[in-house]
Design a binder for this molecule. Structure first.
Ligand SMILES: *Cc1c(COP(=O)(O)O)cnc(C)c1O
Ligand code: SF4
Length: 339
C-alpha cells in the first residue's frame, strides 16, 4: 500500500531519519564520490548527523555550500594542530557536579542532554565526555539542590548537547521544579533545533516551557541566512506569540559566513523573523576545527563592517571565551575607528 504523502511526521521521526551515512548525504546532493573516503574517516571521530529538512536547504552539486560545510566530515578534521585542544574552555574545572556548569555570576548552565539534532563539525563539544557527565535522575536532584542552595542564581540555562532532544514531559517536569525555587526568575534554553529541525517546535513543547511564572528565553544558533526558511519562520512565530524571547548566536566560520554582506543579510533576516541578534562568537580552539578558524583581526574587521552599515541593535556582540574570565570577552572594534 502507498503511504499518504501528506502524512505529518512527528519530530521524533524526523530526528530518527536524520542522515548519518556519508554516502547517502553525497548521493542526496549529487556530489562526487571522491569525497566519500575522507568523510567516512572523519565521521568515525565525530559522527555525521544532519536532518533531511536541513539538507533540503542546501544547493545540489555544490561542495562549497555554506550549510553543507557545517556538517560534512572532511580530511582536515583529522589533522592535529598545535593550539587546538580537546577541552579548549577547560570546562571540567567549572563542573562542580556532573551536568552543571557554574562559570558566570547569577546563572548556571545545565548540560541537559548529550546529543543534538545535528552534528556541527566546528562544535567545541565534539570531544566532551557526555557519557561521564550524564548525571541521571539522582544527579539532577543534586543539580537542583545546588541551585536551591545558592540564592545568587537567578537564571537557569538548559544547554547540551541540545536540550530539545529531551521529551516535552522531561522539560515540563524540570520547568515545574525550577518554578518552585523562589530566586529563579528566568529559564533560558540554548538550542539549534528551531533552525535545523523546526518540526520540534510543537504546541506541546511550547506549553511545557511556558507553563510557569518564569520568563522564558530561547537562544537559537543560526550561522547563515539560508538556514532560515518558511518552516523556521513559522516555528519562531509560534514561540514569540507565546511570549518567548528569541535571541541568536552565530559562530564565525571560514568559508561559511566570513563576509560582511552575509553577516548583514543574516542579522536582517533574523530580525525580520522575530529573533534578536545576540552573540557573534569567534571559534573555540577545538581540535579538528582549525580549518574553520579566522584570525582575530579579520573577525574584528567583519564586525566593524557590520557596525558601519546596520542599526546598532542588529549588530551582535563579538565575543570570545577565555577559561577563567568572569564573562564572555568582548572583542572591541574601536581600533578601526579611523577607517
Ligand atoms: C555562555 C555561557 C553562559 C551564558 O552567558 P551569557 O553571557 O549570559 O549569555 C553561562 N554559562 C556558561 C558556562 C556559558 O558558557
Ligand atoms: S547544535 Fe550546538 S552543541 Fe550541537 S553539535 Fe551543533 S554547535 Fe554543537
Amino acid at each position: 500500500m502507498k503511504s499518504n504523502s501528506s502524512k505529518k511526521y512527528s519530530w521524533q521521526t524526523a530526528l530518527a531519519q536524520a542522515i548519518t551515512d556519508p554516502e547517502e548525504l553525497l548521493e542526496l546532493l549529487n556530489l562526487d564520490k571522491n569525497f566519500l573516503k575522507s568523510a567516512q574517516q572523519a565521521s568515525r571521530e565525530f559522527p555525521l548527523k544532519v536532518p533531511r529538512s536541513f539538507i533540503a536547504r542546501m544547493d545540489k552539486s555544490n561542495i562549497n555550500d555554506p550549510l553543507l560545510k557545517q556538517v560534512l566530515p572532511i580530511q582536515a578534521e583529522l589533522e592535529v594542530i598545535e593550539g587546538y585542544d580537546q577541552d579548549p574552555l577547560n570546562e571540567k574545572q567549572f563542573n562542580p557536579i556532573p551536568g552543571l556548569l557554574h562559570k558566570y555570576h547569577g546563572r548556571v548552565l545545565l548540560t541537559f542532554t548529550g546529543t543534538c539534532g545535528i552534528n556541527c563539525r566546528y562544535c567545541f563539544r565534539r570531544h566532551f565526555a557526555y557519557e561521564e557527565n550524564n548525571p541521571g535522575s539522582a544527579g539532577w536532584e543534586k543539580a537542583l539542590f545546588y541551585i536551591k542552595e545558592d540564592s545568587s542564581i537567578s537564571e537557569v540555562i538548559l544547554s547540551g548537547g541540545d536540550p530539545l532532544v529531551a521529551t516535552d514531559t522531561t522539560l515540563k517536569t524540570l520547568t515545574e521544579k525550577l518554578t518552585q525555587i523562589p530566586h529563579i526568575k528566568r529559564l533560558r534554553i540554548h538550542s539549534r533545533m528551531p533552525i535545523v529541525l523546526p518540526e520540534r517546535i510543537t504546541q506541546e513543547f511550547i506549553s511545557a516551557i511556558t507553563a510557569s511564572n518564569l520568563k522564558t528565553i530561547m537562544v537559537v544558533h543560526c550561522n547563515h541566512p539560508r538556514e532560515i526558511n518558511a518552516e523556521v519562520k513559522h516555528a519562531i512565530q509560534s514561540l514569540t506569540q507565546s511570549g518567548v524571547s528569541l535571541l541568536n548566536q552565530t559562530v564565525l566560520l571560514k568559508d561559511v559566513n566570513d563576509k560582511v554582506d552575509t553577516l548583514i543579510e543574516l542579522s536582517e533576516k533574523l530580525f525580520e523573523t522575530g529573533i534578536q541578534p545576540y552573540y557573534l562568537h569567534v571559534l573555540d580552539k577545538v581540535q579538528g576545527a582549525a580549518h574553520f578558524d579566522l584570525n582575530l583581526e579579520l573577525a574584528r574587521k567583519l564586525h566593524w563592517g557590520m557596525a558601519q552599515r546596520l542599526s546598532g541593535y542588529l549588530v551582535p556582540k563579538l565575543v570570545c571565551e577565555q577559561p577563567g574570565a568572569p564573562a564572555k570577552l568582548p572583542l572591541e572594534s574601536w581600533e578601526f575607528c579611523t577607517d
